[in-house]
Design a binder for this molecule. Structure first.
Ligand SMILES: [Zn+2]
Length: 77
């Protein structure tokens, strides 16, 4: 049994790179796009990308100009 954080720990979350760097240096927690707060330490490549982070990341315009003016994510389902 976990304390409710278990699901989050199984994902790799998106975090701003400079935040990761600062965290690595100072050991401070970082805030992921989805709101998850934790201290990165494990290799994120071992985990699937957090679906919530991914959605937020893509809605922020990670796909370049694609979808510009079309709102967020209503182009395809
Ligand atoms: Zn996340």
């Amino acid at each position: 049994m976990s304390n409710g954080d278990g699901d989050h720990e199984r994902y790799a979350h998106y975090v701003q790179k400079d935040k990761i760097m600062a965290s690595a240096l100072e050991g401070t927690p970082v805030v992921a796009l989805c709101g998850k707060v934790w201290v990165p330490g494990r290799d994120p490549k071992k985990y699937p990308v957090c679906p919530m982070c991914k959605e937020i990341y893509e809605s922020m315009g990670a796909g370049g100009d694609k979808g510009k003016g079309g709102g967020k994510g209503d182009g395809k389902k």
